[in-house]
Design a protein around this ligand. Structure first.
Ligand code: SAM
Length: 235
């Protein structure tokens, strides 16, 4: 009996530790743990993710270029840029003639991004900072993106609020919503499509819509109302 209790307790503890550190990547232990986990795994991140350049161009970059087509020299902010996935694929696109700022809290992830983005010179820059206090003035960016990261922030709404703040009126926001088998293991943090879209709408965005993307993520787009947009209210 004694041994069974020890085995059961060990199994439960192991499951809790796995959930805390692997499944939810430290989010219930605080921002420092999340960033530390990315620091210690940065060297193998790209190998694990195996980004397919064609899929990235088709499913991520092309929809963004469509939204940027009328903008001269667009300025883009990628929040939680990691190893520079979005900046590198965007700057690789021949029709993109703008600049990209990548922001992340993990120094080790940014070091890898720095090497990857070197060929683009001044068109790419990197900032080490947390997503809840973006070091930029209001209305700066034509496009703000945040891929596969919101669920690891202490508060997704605080970060989204900051992203909307720095977005230019008329600018586009692209973020991802966690879905799939593990999404509901983010206890108290999971949002279904309607709940997620309601957060963006509540922050003042319009044209909010969700596109299915990968097994674990939807893409969610929104637009910050342009100055002078007419908001007709029914009486
Ligand atoms: C799954 S990676 C996604 C990276 C990149 N967007 C991509 O799609 O490859 C999550 C990233 O979020 C960053 N991160 C986690 N918490 C953060 C926070 N509070 N502020 C800024 N970045 C954070 C991590 O350092 C990591 O680089």
């Amino acid at each position: 009996m004694h041994w069974i209790a020890i085995i059961l307790t060990t199994a439960v503890l192991a499951a809790i530790i796995y959930w805390l550190l692997v499944t939810t990547e430290g989010v219930y232990l605080g921002r420092r743990v999340v960033v530390w986990l990315y620091d210690i795994t940065a060297h193998k991140y790209d190998r694990i993710k195996e980004f397919d350049p064609d899929a990235e161009q088709f499913f991520v970059i092309r929809p963004l270029l469509v939204r940027l087509r009328r903008v001269q020299n667009p300025l883009v902010l990628d929040v939680a840029t990691g190893t520079g996935r979005l900046p590198s694929f965007l700057l690789d696109a021949p029709t993109f003639n703008g600049r990209v700022v990548g922001l992340d809290a993990s120094e080790k992830m940014l070091r890898i991004a720095l090497v990857k983005l070197q060929p683009y010179g001044h068109r790419a820059s990197l900032v080490q900072q947390t997503a809840d206090r973006l070091p930029f003035a209001y209305d700066q960016f034509d496009l703000v993106t945040c891929l596969e990261a919101l669920e690891f922030f202490p508060s997704d709404t605080a970060a989204l609020q900051e992203m909307v703040r720095v977005l230019k009126p008329g600018g586009t926001l692209l973020v991802t919503r966690r879905k799939g088998s593990e999404a509901k293991l983010f206890v108290g943090r999971y949002r279904n499509v309607a709940q997620f879209e309601a957060v963006l709408t509540g922050l003042g965005l319009e044209e909010v819509h969700t596109n299915p993307w990968q097994q674990d993520y939807d893409q969610v787009f929104g637009r910050k109302p342009a100055k002078g947009d007419n908001h007709l209210t029914q009486t």
